[in-house]
Design a protein around this ligand. Sequence first.
Ligand code: NAD
Length: 279
Amino acid sequence: MAHSEIPAIALSDGHTIPQIGFGTYKLEGAEAERAVTKALEIGYRHFDTAAFYGNEEAVGRALAASGIPREELFVTTKLWNDRHADPERALAESLERLGLDHVDLYLIHWPCPAQDRYLNVWDYFQQAQREGLATSIGVSNFLPQHLERLLSESDAAPVIDQIEVHPAYQRREDIEFLRDHEVAVEAWGPLGQGKYPLLEEQAIIDAAEAHDKTPGQVVVRWHAQQGRILFPKSAHTERIRQNLDVFDFELSETEMAALGALDRGTEGRVGPDPSEMEP
Ligand code: NAD
């Protein structure tokens, strides 16, 4: 699909982000380079990486080799938990590994509340934005209590919170809080990371059969239809292609409700508890 057909989501700072991107967690070295190159060929222009993933160099190499103009790309990276004391150096190192002079979005990867440095980190993120090193700034894995504190102590609101969301872990209250504060939701682990057999749920299989799509595409569409930003990860060309090919069908209200009924609350969570995650 042509990248111009991927919807752009407006952020509260006036910038936009392609709704569907390519996730790179667990892709490293030559495999990461190959997958990003393939994703670019297929039409992805938005890439989600992090210092923690150890693949910023590989992602940067693939982006550079594509010859696609920088302004057509949207690149996100994240500050890892052990760098809350020196975010300025950490961002400089990420940019060097990526081979870029700025990222489109820089995120605090986890709040690390016991470390209690995220307010200072957020001050630095605003400086990085003023200096043009990060066009937009946001957070990841922040719960409402962390965001409430950030919003009350700072003039600048994060434009995005990147959080675990998928049909087995829907977080309706957290998402309502984000909507009320104009913080856009990025869903990580949108397919449940394959850890829980989410794609074998009958409601998902039924919708896939009804629309002649795969279960993965139904779940990507379910997120997109709710206005969320997401970046499924795959190393397989056919799945990379499928995950972007979700704009030619629509799930009915009944199908949306059937997926809505798959919520298992915190039992469905596949990642760590953000209150407890520390370096
Ligand atoms: P995901 O939900 O995207 O699942 C990825 C797995 O799903 C792959 O291993 C693949 O086996 C399978 N898959 C992909 N496409 C499929 C399809 N069409 N059909 C069937 N199976 C398919 O999990 P993820 O990679 O953890 O999340 C996506 C991205 O979110 C990551 O790559 C990363 O960029 C980001 N992320 C962020 C955080 C954070 O703390 N901020 C944490 C985890 C992931």
